[in-house]
Design a protein around this ligand. Structure first.
Ligand code: BGC
Length: 347
């Protein structure tokens, strides 16, 4: 493993970039700033290496934006309505950072933390972080670990482990934006996506808190059971897509329930790069990168809306407040683990 400087963060602390390579010369670069996946170089059909995730060149660039490129999100991925909840019978409120709601755990999210390197092997690295009770407002001190492994099958496997001294939420995800044409290649709307889900969670309005329903995708533009270009139906006259300005919904992986299975497939005709995404989580947020905006990414790349898509494995949004959804709560002393992987190949 090679280690480079990733610059100083806003607290003046040095951050690092760790570089791991597998036997196919695929390369994974991760940082202790936010336990972030910064780069992922995999071969295209001509054997040329393509960096298939969006990112920035240094830690301070991540701090200057709110896209969460490649970051570890926690303790809670996605939204908590009114930034309030009851855990173990006790009401608890956290920062409201998007309207009156909480998104991705607020300003002190795991994406802003400087993680410790707990250890590494030839093909993996484990970051650890002690999330103290007072930092985000959730109950309990949560000890959390994230391990990134680059396998010889060109998969990035991400495992999460958490244990707390009080009942709390443990719902981490990775916020990588994929572009199978290469991170600097522009819109992903022509790239094909399949999501192996029969249903999704409709949202109430533009603030994106679920209604509590689990609605079938059949007969709607939300249906990705068969592969189709991301952009094919994104502009359809369909209220759910109007609320969120394009796909930004949780798909229900009902058959998963702790079983590690394929959740989605994606493909780019131009490069021939395909991705198979798997998880043991019960849901996945498909976000089409609708609000990336025009900005400069790694190596001066020009990023724009929909130049990357996210498949964030998670508990359903606002699950802590919705009785019908699987619960993201872990009990004191319980160890929670989950695993998600993104495998790349050429076809
Ligand atoms: C959310 C989007 C949000 C994006 C970046 C996604 O997980 O669902 O609504 O814009 O993260 O913050």
């Amino acid at each position: 493993m090679e280690t480079l400087s990733f610059g100083k963060n806003s607290q003046g602390k040095e951050t690092s970039l760790y570089i791991l390579e597998n036997k196919n010369h695929a390369v994974m670069k991760v940082s202790d700033h936010g336990a972030t996946l910064v780069s992922l170089l995999v071969p295209d059909r001509d054997g040329k290496m393509q960096d298939v995730v969006l990112g920035y060149d240094k830690a301070s660039d991540y701090e200057g934006h709110t896209c969460y490129f490649g970051a570890t999100i926690g303790r809670n991925g996605n939204r908590i309505g009114k930034a309030q909840m009851v855990i173990d019978g006790k009401p608890c409120s956290i920062a409201a950072n998007e309207n009156e709601n909480n998104l991705h755990s607020g300003p002190n999210g795991f994406d802003r933390a400087l993680w410790e390197v707990k250890g590494h092997t030839e093909n993996s690295i484990t970051f650890s972080h002690l999330s103290r009770e007072e930092e985000q407002g959730f109950p309990g001190n949560l000890q959390v670990e994230v391990t990134y492994t680059l396998t010889d099958e060109n998969a990035v496997e991400i495992t999460y482990q958490g244990k707390s001294d009080k009942a709390t939420i443990m719902n981490c995800t990775n916020h990588s934006y994929f572009n199978l044409g290469g991170h600097a290649s522009g819109s992903v709307e022509q790239q094909e996506l399949q999501i192996l889900a029969e249903s999704y969670n409709p949202v109430r309005d533009a603030k994106s808190i679920p209604t509590g329903e689990i609605a079938p995708v059949a007969g709607t533009p939300m249906d990705f059971r068969e592969p189709k270009p991301i952009g094919q139906d994104i502009g359809a006259d369909f209220e759910q897509l109007k609320f969120t300005g394009g796909y930004d919904h949780n798909y229900v992986l009902s058959s998963h329930a702790g079983e590690f299975k394929v959740m989605a497939n994606a493909y780019c005709k131009e490069t021939g790069i395909a991705m198979e995404a798997s998880t043991d989580c019960c849901g996945v947020q498909f976000y089409a990168g609708n609000f990336i905006g025009d900005q400069e990414g790694k190596g001066g790349a020009a990023y724009c809306d929909r130049c990357g898509f996210c498949l964030e494995s998670q508990f359903y949004p606002d699950a802590v407040n919705q009785k019908g959804f699987p619960s993201p709560i872990i009990q004191a002393g319980e160890t929670f683990t989950s695993k998600t992987s993104y495998r790349f190949y050429v076809k």
